[in-house]
Design a protein around this ligand. Sequence first.
Ligand code: ZN
Length: 413
Amino acid sequence: MSNEVNFDEVYAKVDELKDEIIESLMKIVRVPAIGPKSGGDGELKKAQLIEEMIQDFGFDEITHYDAPDDSVPSGIRPNIIAKVNGTDPSLPPIWVMSHTDIVPTGDLKLWDTDPFEPVIKEGRIYGRGVEDNGQELIASIYAVKVLKLLGLKPKHTIGLALVADEETGSAKGLHHIINEKIFKPTDLIVVPDGGNEEGTLMEVSEKSIMWVKVTTLGKQCHASMPDKGINAFRAASIFAVKADEMLKSTYGKVDELFDPPTSTFEMTKKEANVPNVNTIPGEDTFYFDCRILPDYSTEDALGALKKLVEEVSSETGAKIELELVQHDPAAPPTAPDAPVVNALKQAIEKVYNNEPYPGGIGGGTCAAIFRRAGYPAVVWGTMYETAHSPNEFVEIDFLINDTKVFCTLFLSD
Ligand SMILES: [Zn+2]
């Protein structure tokens, strides 16, 4: 940590900007940025708002690496790289990558307030995207602003990557900018898109992600004469229950580095079948979201599901098709003593006076994409992990303190 920096002054400046930081987070939450795969029109409006916001934050360079995408009205998925040049070019850049896109609200009945009109209640801000990934996006840009306001020049070059498409595979976001070769394996990369409420978890390892679409084809008929058809919904249900039991018992290893410590296999999205009650559905579609410990191969789990398909098909007469809609095998972990882990650890400790530790999660963030491409990245953030839930919220204290952590990290020696 730089000796010549007066960190009390830095943290006081962050506190002074508290209201502005809160207002800026609320501002970006008011602009939904949902990817086309989730039925939205993309991130452009929100990215433009953020770009406007950071014009006078002291960045030396703001560059676009937008990905073309015909499935959004603008034809563009925006990726912004904003940089502050470091004073010591021999040092590796420090990167913070956050994402502008959000997930849909889900059932609005489960929300106490309008997800896109953020509200402050008892020290918390509620709204879709406040935590995922608004808090840390705002914290990282404001850390840069604080350095500028205090006239502090970082030794490392600071790079903020504000990317699209994190929630639906990253093809138009992180994958796109990695292909542009803007990162080096020696760079220090932080992905503040997961963590715990103590701010202690520095995630260095993730589970494999496998999303499986299960389409069951039977034969449609009148519900009063089931013998004339094959009920696709029943066959799908039998498959779902059997798959659930089989996966949990076959892949039951416990690894305490992870939270939760086991692989998880959850049935999630269910597509509508017939519109009326008195028809037996001839087709049924649902999805499994599987998060598998790195000890197991996803191919193996998929193979086990395929075997079960044969069993349930012959039992029910329905045809069952499996399709992998997302497949991210676990990436090689980031070393628990990698330079980025150490630099971040020092910064967290200094602000929170806690004991940060490297660990594993099942979340599946962009960090896995970095790691697979050969860039050691660490995931960190101080949060209750309310992402994707109704009534998603952030603690204002976490927002402010994480801004201080980024200031400290950016001023690393
Ligand atoms: Zn996220």
